[in-house]
Design a protein around this ligand. Structure first.
Ligand code: NAD
Length: 335
């Protein structure tokens, strides 16, 4: 049987950590690592080969785009960092150009690939990639609020003294400031959160819930103050998404695709609980929301839509950056 091929573009902290989680979660996978700085991809692959030797995986291939042929999954973690004086829109435009260039190189070689966008702003970049490929919506996935949801569950686990797998609670919307917590349908140990709180005598009032949301939003800032970058959480989330795709396991994860419409906002890439399997990510059931949650999700969808239009508009205005032959090849490969 063919070994699944995962191509990770961007061999920095996030790309390297994602490669390690993928190797441990999917021992049969071939993992190709590509970076604009080839030497960085080579260094990561060597270090990873040593790390994963204990876990039964030995197939890391650093190199160039020619190794991406027939990729099953392409993970994009390549991106510029924020530089002094740079706005969020500047960064989004630069990373959108990087993502577009990567997709145009890979699409002709791997026409069936599923894309996983982790570079930021991941929801906007996923929309840009989908816009370029015009493939099935399910095939371009933003890691979305998987990381925010992991942060939420870690906080609740500590607060409620229950292991996080027993907690079902999602962060929805944008991976960013406007995200919301779907409190009304949160459950712990198989019972609604409020029933669990009542039985255990624990308290989680409006002020505590606001504080938890703020802590989810500010987690990245706190981690960066301590160690300079965040990469284990997102690396683990990428590993889990890739595992669900390769194992075709119908896992429910809060990832984002470009939805036809969310709370009245058309064509928008925000996170909802999605089924992730071998064909990508699909919405199987729209979450039941309170009126307040609907409003918050609509606000979040509008924020992502506005950011996306800023990037798509400026990309169109500045014109394509690639050669006509590469554009033709990418178009032919898109479904
Ligand atoms: P990093 O600087 O360590 O790595 C980025 C890598 O991308 C570098 O190795 C760089 O050489 C490479 N690169 C840049 N342009 C490229 C191109 N055109 N082609 C190929 N490679 C290219 O950064 P990092 O800490 O690994 O973060 C990567 C991205 O992940 C950032 O955008 C960051 O904001 C994002 N991130 C997302 C989440 C999330 O939840 N989605 C969480 C953490 C970080």
């Amino acid at each position: 049987m063919r070994q699944p091929k995962i191509v990770i573009v961007g061999a920095g902290l996030v790309g390297g950590t994602a490669a390690l989680f993928c190797a441990v979660a999917i021992p049969s996978a071939q993992i190709v690592i590509i970076d604009v700085e080839r030497i960085r991809a080579e260094g990561q692959a060597l270090d990873l080969a040593h790390a994963s030797a204990f876990w039964g995986h030995d197939r890391f291939y650093p190199g160039d785009y020619d190794l991406a042929g027939d990729a099953d999954i392409v993970v994009i973690t390549a991106g510029a960092g924020v530089k002094p004086g740079m706005t969020r829109l500047d960064l989004a435009q630069i990373n959108a150009r990087i993502a577009t260039d990567i997709v145009e190189r890979i699409a002709p070689l791997a026409p069936e690939a599923i894309y996983v966008l982790a570079a930021n702003p991941c929801d906007v970049l996923a929309h840009v990639v989908y816009d370029r490929l015009r493939c099935g919506r399910e095939r371009v996935i933003s890691t979305g609020t998987t990381l925010d949801t992991a942060r939420l569950r870690a906080l609740l686990s500590e607060r409620l003294s229950v292991v996080s797998p027993a907690i079902h609670a999602y962060v929805l919307g944008e991976h960013g400031e406007s995200a919301l917590i779907h409190w009304s349908r949160a459950s712990v140990s198989g019972m609604p959160l409020d029933a669990f709180l009542a039985q255990t005598g624990k308290e989680l009032g409006p002020a505590s819930r606001d504080l938890i949301l703020r802590s989810v939003h500010e987690a990245a800032k706190l981690i960066k103050e301590g160690k300079g970058a965040t990469h284990y959480g997102i690396g683990s989330a990428i590993g889990r998404i890739c595992q669900a795709i390769v194992h075709n396991s119908d896992t429910i994860l809060p990832v984002a695709i470009v939805h036809a419409e969310v709370e009245g906002v058309p064509e928008v890439c925000v996170s909802l609980p999605m089924r992730v399997d071998g064909s990508g990510a699909r919405l199987v059931a729209y979450p039941e929301l309170t009126a307040g949650e609907r409003k918050a999700l609509q606000r979040s969808a509008r924020a992502v839509k506005e950011a996306t239009e800023g990037v798509l508009g400026s990309n169109k205005a500045s014109g394509p950056k690639t050669s006509p032959s590469r554009r033709r090849a990418a178009k032919g490969a898109a479904r």
